[in-house]
Design a protein around this ligand. Structure first.
Ligand code: PGA
Length: 257
């Protein structure tokens, strides 16, 4: 990342696209990023999170474009008898520089507890992967209560890393669970109010200095200008499946810098 970075924009593919579609998608993203001034001037730090099997080919397609590649999950141990799990050490070796931790779907569908999320956050730091820690309230609350809940989740997820002296700059994706997979994102005023709580917590915590809070949950073109100044970027889900929508978000970011 350069010092110019104004926005962090991420694209998480979940399990939506087939392998071949993912590679074609990455080729289009490489083309867009390669000619976009926001990316080439370093104002936008752009990352993509394909599924595990697509990580190596996508890293190859995006090599030299400045677009970073990360995984959607990792295991909390680095080596051992853990059938089917994926080590952060291997992700780093594959060329990942970041990894998503604690997405709402993993917490809800796969039963990831706060202890697991904290152990995975620690595993990310231990392997020099920047965690993209997902936090968010399950249902819409008063913004102050939602902010407190998100700060609580952030504090809980980072505790073991803090205790081991590994806590440092990271990405936090504020993703209200009720706005994921929805028709529209949370209201911009609500997003801004909640993210202010997270920013205040980060500002008061020297270990987290330089950390950025992104918004995710039905995010797409049109949102960034409405939350600029408080929110540090967007974490795109379905909207990025069409790379021209990602390009529109980059255009909006470029207008704001
Ligand atoms: P969505 O996904 O944009 O498709 O709602 C966002 C996310 O879960 O990160």
């Amino acid at each position: 990342m350069t010092d110019n970075v104004r926005f962090v924009i991420g694209a998480g593919l979940k399990m939506y696209l087939a392998q071949r579609e993912t590679i074609r998608w990455a080729e289009r993203v490489a083309h867009i990023a390669g000619q976009h001034p926001a990316v080439s001037a370093g104002f936008v730090d752009l990352f993509v999170l394909p599924s595990f099997p697509a990580l190596a080919p996508v890293a190859e397609v995006l090599a030299g474009t400045g677009v970073r590649v990360g995984a959607q999950d990792l295991f909390w141990e680095d080596r051992g008898a853990f059938t089917g799990e994926v080590s952060g050490a291997d992700l780093a070796e594959l060329g990942c520089s970041l990894v998503e931790v604690g997405h709402a779907e993993r917490r809800r569908v796969l039963g990831e507890t706060e202890e697991i999320v904290a152990a995975k956050t620690l595993a990310a730091f231990r392997n020099d992967l920047t965690p993209i820690l997902c936090v968010g309230e399950t249902q819409q609350l008063a913004p102050a209560a939602a902010g407190e809940e998100c700060v609580r989740q952030l504090a809980s997820a980072t505790l073991p890393s803090r205790q081991q002296g590994l806590l440092t700059t990271m990405l936090i994706a504020y993703e209200p669970q009720w706005a994921i997979g929805a028709v529209e994102p949370a209201h911009p005023e609500y997003i801004v109010a909640v993210v202010r709580h997270l920013n205040d917590f980060i500002d008061g915590d020297s270990a987290l200095a330089g950390s950025t809070v992104l918004y995710g949950g039905s995010a797409g073109p049109g949102l960034l200008p409405q939350v600029d100044g408080v929110v540090g970027g967007l974490f795109l889900g379905r909207s990025c499946h069409e790379p021209t929508a990602l390009e529109s978000v980059l255009d909006e970011a470029w207008q704001l810098v």
